[in-house]
Design a protein around this ligand. Sequence first.
Ligand SMILES: Nc1nc2c(ncn2[C@@H]2O[C@H](COP(=O)(O)OP(=O)(O)O)[C@@H](O)[C@H]2O)c(=O)[nH]1
Ligand SMILES: [Mg+2]
Ligand SMILES: [Zn+2]
Length: 312
Amino acid sequence: METDHGTFRCKLRGKLRKELIYSTSKSRARRVQRVQPTQTRAPVSVGDHVHIRLLGPDTAVIEEILRDDDQTWGIIRQAPESKRAHVLAANVDQIVIVLAATQPVPDFTLLDRYLVIAEYHDLPTFLVLNKIDLSMPPQVEEELSIYARVGYTILRTSAETGSGMSQLRECLQGNRSVFSGVSGVGKSSLINRLAASAALPVGAVGAKGEGRHITTRSETIALDDETHVMDTPGLRKLSSWSIEPEDLPHLFPEIRALMGQCRFRDCAHIDEPACAVRSALQARTIAERRYKSYVLFHYELTAQNLTPWEQA
Ligand SMILES: Nc1nc2c(ncn2[C@@H]2O[C@H](COP(=O)(O)OP(=O)(O)O)[C@@H](O)[C@H]2O)c(=O)[nH]1
Ligand SMILES: [Mg+2]
Ligand SMILES: [Zn+2]
């Protein structure tokens, strides 16, 4: 742990480990801020403020975690098998989703997953299209315009040439930002360019143009006193977040905008009559690809809620 008085190796006070154990499995919260994070596998995370007590010249014990649960304070995921929450990053202000123009070519269904997770955390989110020094497949530009229309800001950068870095730096200023995106898109390279002292390991691009997965732990890097970026390992699939199917329409801004306009109050926007979402789809004000992601995630989340005998 880094402090104003040097770096200490810290242990967690035994009591804290127990205090932080509650259960999330039956949680039906609509927003993560209200999920009681419980059975927390990593009770302290990058970005947390803590009180420590010094034990020796370079060792200390974490006495208390200073966390205000009323604030947007973190990115939580559930460990897939164990139903235990894992705090990925605390005190987050915004999420930066990084894509590569190519190598790897963007997977837009996966981008929709990331966006749903970001919306679920109710955090401002913007997209960074990196590697613009490489030639981009033409359909990528077309797909990106969908996201601009939905309202997401898209920055274009090259960690290689430095193009777009000052706009990126501006968006980060004064915030604590989490960088997410699949391995190989250039998250660590961007952060290295933003903070010369960061020196994060950068993955070699494999034969298929895929970067090797290098970042396995979250790390916070200070760009100045009030600006921090966190490089995290990739976000997981939706089923590892306690998102309910009823939450899903609220997590697509263009679908959220139509809430209350369907004939049925509990419309799932799948095959109900007089559905405002499907009308918008026909009128092409909602992009078909985004709607397909909605339907896919809807079925993923409903399947997950079936009891074992219903699943058979
Ligand atoms: N041409 C090009 N290559 C880049 C750019 N940014 C990163 N790379 C390369 O892409 C690979 C993966 O980068 P890395 O930062 O490790 O990606 P991460 O897995 O998202 O952290 C490395 O070989 C980088 O040198 C860029 O803007 N242009
Ligand atoms: Mg990395
Ligand atoms: Zn509907």
